[in-house]
Design a protein. Structure first.
Length: 220
C-alpha cells in the first residue's frame, strides 16, 4: 500500500512520541545504528540477484543519488555477471517513464553487457514493495533447487532502513553501498536523521500480491 500523507503524518507523530518519551534516547540509538551501517557497509557482493530500488526522477531523468546506485550495479555486473538484476520503481506521473525504465536506460548508456539478464518492476512505490518484488523474483530463480542470494544496492543513508524492513519481511539480504565511502555532509546527516525516524515507526502491514515483472531478455 502506498504511503499516504495521513500515514506519513501518523508515523511522524509516532516517531516524535517515541523520541520525547525516551528523552531522545530512542532516536539517538537508532541514529547511531543507521550511521554505523552507512559507514561500514561494503561495495561488493557476489549474490546471484541484485535489486536496485528506485529513486525519484528529475524531469524524467536519473538524478545523482539514483545514478550512484546504478553506477555501482554496472561495476558489479562488469566484474561478475548475475543470474538477474531487478530494477524497481514506478512512474510518478502518467506518460512519464518509470524509475525502473529510466534505470534501464542509464545502465544501457554505461554499457551494461547485453547478455546480462534484467527484469523491471514498474509498480513498486516503497522500499517494502521493492523488497517484496525481489523476494518473488528470488523464489522464481531458486525454483530449480539451487539457492540464490539477493543483494540490495542503495545509497548509504538508506541501507539501515532496507535492512530493517527486510528483517521484518523475513528476508535475508546483503547490503551494498552505492557510494565508495560515507561523507558526513549536512544533507547526508539530515538524511540519516529522517531515515532513523522512519525506522522507528516501520509498519510492514499485510503482504502484497506478487508483483508482475517485465523481463528483459539478454541479447544472444
Amino acid at each position: 500500500m502506498d504511503a499516504t500523507p495521513a500515514m506519513i503524518l501518523r508515523r511522524g507523530f509516532s516517531a516524535l512520541w517515541l523520541t520525547v518519551s525516551s528523552g531522545g534516547l530512542a532516536l539517538w540509538r537508532q541514529l547511531r545504528e543507521t550511521r554505523r551501517i552507512a559507514r561500514e557497509t561494503g561495495v561488493w557482493s557476489d549474490a546471484e540477484l541484485l535489486l536496485v530500488p528506485g529513486h525519484r526522477l528529475r524531469g524524467g531523468e536519473v538524478g545523482r543519488r539514483f545514478a550512484h546506485r546504478l553506477d555501482r550495479t554496472w561495476r558489479l555486473c562488469r566484474k561478475q555477471p548475475r543470474d538477474l538484476v531487478l530494477l524497481s520503481g514506478y512512474a510518478s506521473e502518467a506518460g512519464s517513464p518509470s524509475e525502473a525504465q529510466a534505470a534501464l536506460g542509464h545502465l544501457a548508456d554505461l554499457g551494461l553487457l547485453p547478455s546480462q539478464a534484467l527484469a523491471l518492476d514498474n509498480r513498486a512505490t516503497t522500499t517494502r514493495q521493492n523488497l517484496e518484488a525481489a523476494r518473488d523474483a528470488l523464489a522464481a530463480l531458486s525454483s530449480d533447487g539451487r539457492p540464490r542470494r539477493v543483494a540490495v544496492i542503495s545509497n548509504r543513508y538508506h541501507l539501515a532502513r532496507i535492512d530493517a524492513i527486510a528483517k521484518r519481511l523475513g528476508m535475508n539480504v546483503e547490503l551494498v553501498a552505492a557510494e565508495r565511502r560515507w561523507r558526513g555532509s549536512p544533507r547526508g546527516c539530515l538524511a540519516l536523521l529522517l531515515e532513523s525516524a522512519a525506522i522507528m515507526t516501520i509498519d510492514v502491514g499485510q503482504p502484497a500480491a506478487p508483483t508482475p515483472l517485465q523481463p528483459i531478455s539478454p541479447t544472444p
